[in-house]
Design a binder for this molecule. Structure first.
Ligand code: SAH
Ligand code: SF4
Ligand code: F3S
Length: 448
C-alpha cells in the first residue's frame, strides 16, 4: 500500500512517526509525499491543548472529502487523540478506518491486512505499560536532523492541567542496552547527533542506571558527536545533571527546563512539585557551575510557560513576568491555559476569560522576544561550533545552510563548501542576530 503520514504534536510524536514509517516500509509499503497519491492516510495526533485537537479535526475533515471522492481508501488516526478518545472518535466520525494508540504501533502491518480483508473499522488501544518499554523500530529514513531517540515513555507526574499521563501511560524507562543499540545503529548509518526524549528525562532510571549514568554511556559511543535531551523536570534536576552539561564533552550546553508559572500559589495548584525558589536555585547553580567559561560554551536555558491558569490573578501573573526578568531564558514556549476535559484543573473554579489569557500571552511573548534578541545580540563576533542540518529552504533570502549551535540555536551559515553534508561540524563567526536566528560565516571546517 502507498501511505502518507502527517505528524502533529511534540518530538515524541515525530519519533513515533519515524517508527510507523519504518515498520510499514519493512513490510513492503511505500511512503508517498502527498496525501492524494496515498491508499492510506495516517495522522499522528496530539491532545495537549484544544487548538492541537482542532487542527487534527480540521485535517480529518479534509481526509473525509478525499475518501468520499475515492482519492484515498483508508484513514488511520494514531497517537494521543486516538488513545484519549478511542471509540468515541469512531462514533462521531464513521469514515475513520483505524484508531491506533501509541503502544500498538508494531501491530500496524497486520491491522492494514485486516482492513484489506474488509475487517474494519478497527480500534486498537493496547495497554500502555511495561510491555512496550523496549519496542523500537530502527529508523531507516534519509538522514535528517534533529534525530530523536525516546529513552522513556509515559509520565508519572500529575500536573493538574495535563493530559499526557492519560495518553501516554505511566513512566517506563527503556533499558540502557536497548537505547545504546538504537543509537549505535543510527551512528552506523551516519548520524552524528541525537536528542534523547522523555516527558521528564531526568527521572530516567533502569536498575542502577539513572539519567546521568545513561548520558555517560551515550557519551562513550564512538562516532557520535553531539547529545541533546528534553524535557527535564525541575523536581528531578540534580547537581550531577548540571555538571554533566559542563563536563561530558558530547552533551550540548542546552537545558529545557519548564517552569510553567512564576507564582508559588499557581505552581501548587498546577501540582508541579517545585516552587519558584527551587527553580531559581537550579538556574543560579547552573550559572555558577559555568562561571568563567567562554560565551560559546555557556548553556542556553529554555522553558515552557502557561498563562491564565484557573485562578491566576494579576499579581500571580506579575510574578511570572518578574521570573522572566530574573531568569532571562534564551527562549520559551508560551501557552494560554487550555481546558482539558478529564484533568483536575478543568474542575477548578475561576476559569479566566479568553481576553485576559490572550492579553497575558501577548505580554510574555513580547518580553521574551526582547530578551531573546538581547541575549543573541551578545553573540555577534563570537565563533560558535555549528552542525549543519540542511541547505536553507528559502534560497532567495539565504543561499547557505541551516545548522544549530551547541546551545541549540538556529544558525544560518554562509560560505559553506559545495560538498558539505548534513552533520558536518564547522566553526562559524556570528555576524547578525534576531530573536530566533543567528547568521554567520564559516571560519574553518573541523573534522567531518
Ligand atoms: N513533559 C513535558 C512537556 C509536556 S507538554 C514537561 O513536563 O514539561 C508540553 C507543554 O505544553 C507543557 O510544558 C505545558 O507548558 C504545555 N501544556 C500542557 N498542558 C497544557 C494545557 N492544558 N494548557 C496549556 N498548555 C499546556
Ligand atoms: Fe504533563 Fe507534567 Fe508529565 Fe510534563 S511532567 S507530561 S506537564 S504531567
Ligand atoms: Fe501532544 Fe501527546 Fe506529545 S498530547 S504533546 S503528542 S505526548
Amino acid at each position: 500500500m502507498k501511505f502518507h503520514l502527517q505528524t502533529f504534536g511534540c518530538q515524541m510524536n515525530v519519533y513515533d512517526s519515524e517508527s510507523i514509517a519504518g515498520i510499514l516500509r519493512a513490510y513492503g509499503h511505500e511512503t508517498v509525499s502527498t496525501v492524494q497519491e496515498a491508499d492510506i492516510a495516517l495522522i499522528n495526533t496530539c491532545s495537549v491543548r484544544r487548538g492541537a485537537e482542532t487542527r487534527v479535526l480540521g485535517q480529518l475533515g479534509h481526509l473525509k472529502t478525499l475518501k468520499s471522492r475515492g482519492i484515498i481508501r483508508y484513514i488511520a488516526v494514531c497517537g494521543c487523540m486516538a488513545q484519549k478518545h478511542g471509540e468515541d472518535l469512531l462514533k462521531e466520525r464513521g469514515y475513520i478506518d483505524l484508531i491506533l494508540g501509541p503502544a500498538a504501533l508494531s501491530r500496524l502491518p497486520c491491522l492494514l491486512d485486516r482492513l484489506e480483508n474488509h475487517d474494519g473499522p478497527i480500534v486498537e488501544l493496547s495497554q500502555l505499560d511495561i510491555e512496550d518499554r523496549d519496542d523500537f523500530v530502527p529508523n531507516d529514513g534519509p538522514i535528517s536532523y534533529p534525530c530523536f531517540v525516546t529513552i522513556m515513555k509515559g509520565c508519572d507526574r500529575r500536573c493538574s492541567y495535563c493530559v499526557v499521563p492519560d495518553t501516554r501511560g505511566p513512566e517506563r524507562s527503556r533499558s540502557p542496552q536497548n537505547v545504546l543499540d538504537e543509537i549505535r545503529g543510527l551512528v552506523d548509518r551516519g548520524y552524528r547527533e541525537v536528542t534523547l526524549l522523555g516527558q521528564t528525562v531526568d527521572s530516567y532510571r533502569y536498575d542502577n542506571t539513572d539519567f546521568v549514568g545513561l548520558l555517560e554511556k551515550v557519551n562513550a559511543i564512538e562516532g557520535l558527536r553531539r547529545i541533546r535531551f528534553a524535557t527535564s523536570h525541575p523536581a528531578d534536576a540534580n547537581e550531577r545533571l548540571l555538571f554533566a552539561l559542563r563536563d561530558l564533552e558530547k552533551v550540548c550546553e542546552q537545558l529545557h527546563l519548564p517552569v510553567q508559572s512564576g507564582s508559588d500559589r499557581i505552581l501548587a495548584a498546577m501540582r508541579r512539585d517545585h516552587t519558584r525558589e527551587d527553580y531559581l536555585r537550579i538556574i543560579d547553580r547552573l550559572r555558577e557551575i559555568f562561571d568563567g567559561i567562554s560565551a560559546a560554551h555557556q548553556p542556553a536555558i529554555s522553558t515552557d510557560l502557561i498563562v491564565g491558569f484557573p485562578g491566576e490573578t494579576e499579581s500571580d501573573f506579575e510574578e511570572t513576568v518578574d521570573l522572566m526578568r530574573r531568569v532571562r531564558w534564551d527562549s520559551a514556549f508560551m501557552f494560554k491555559y487550555s481546558i482539558r476535559p478529564g484533568t483536575y484543573a478543568a474542575t477548578l473554579p475561576e476559569h479566566l476569560d479568553e481576553e485576559t489569557k490572550a492579553r497575558r500571552l501577548a505580554r510574555v511573548i513580547d518580553l521574551q522576544h526582547e530578551t531573546s534578541r538581547e541575549i543573541n545580540q551578545r553573540l555577534i563576533g563570537e565563533t560558535l561550533e555549528v552542525m549543519l542540518d540542511q541547505p536553507s529552504a528559502d534560497k532567495r533570502k539565504h543561499s547557505g545552510w541551516d545548522g544549530r549551535s551547541r546551545q541549540g540555536k538556529t544558525v544560518k551559515v554562509a560560505g559553506v563548501s559545495p560538498d558539505a553534508q548534513p552533520g558536518d561540524i564547522l566553526c562559524v563567526r556570528i555576524t547578525k542576530t534576531t530573536s530566533y536566528t543567528l547568521f554567520g560565516d564559516v571560519v574553518s571546517y573541523s573534522v567531518r
